[in-house]
Design a protein around this ligand. Structure first.
Ligand SMILES: [Zn+2]
Length: 146
């Protein structure tokens, strides 16, 4: 949530993700960085590539990604391709799609699918009541700045 807020403060879409190892230690973290024009710079994609470069297959399988929003299809695919473990998300792709519709934001060029539709072998948990409302507020502030 802090990383998502940091992204918003930097003028980017509010998404943030943390990669946690089997022992509960934070291994890497990132936030959305698409404001520069490269719309593949999602934190979940960056963490998957970081994991492929820095972790063994066993370490990747035992790691968990905690993220403010459910992975998009690109990031879910990257997560599965590098063999990462569980995903815990605060808000779902379905929630985000409905919030953006309500805000009048045009649909993205990639369909927002649930992670299991893209990566059926990945264990997922979410959304998290309470946190999801905070994510909605961040998106409202991004798309409708006061
Ligand atoms: Zn993504």
């Amino acid at each position: 949530m802090e990383l998502a807020a940091e992204a918003l403060a930097a003028g980017d879409e509010p998404f943030g993700s943390v990669l946690v190892g089997a022992e509960g230690r934070v291994l890497a973290e990132d936030r959305n960085r698409v404001a520069g024009g490269d719309h593949t710079r999602h934190p979940e994609f960056a963490l998957a590539r970081w994991a492929a470069d820095h972790l063994t297959p066993a370490e990747r399988a035992a790691a968990t990604v905690y993220t403010s929003g459910e992975h998009c299809p690109m990031c879910a695919a990257a997560h599965a391709w590098v063999g990462l473990g569980r995903i815990v998300y605060a808000s779902s792709a379905e929630q985000l799609a409905s919030w953006l519709r309500a805000l009048g934001v045009p649909p993205p060029p990639v369909r927002m699918l649930p992670i299991p539709d893209v990566a059926p072998g990945v264990a997922v948990e979410g959304p998290a009541p309470g946190l999801a409302e905070q994510v909605r507020d961040l998106h409202r502030r991004f798309h409708q700045p006061a």
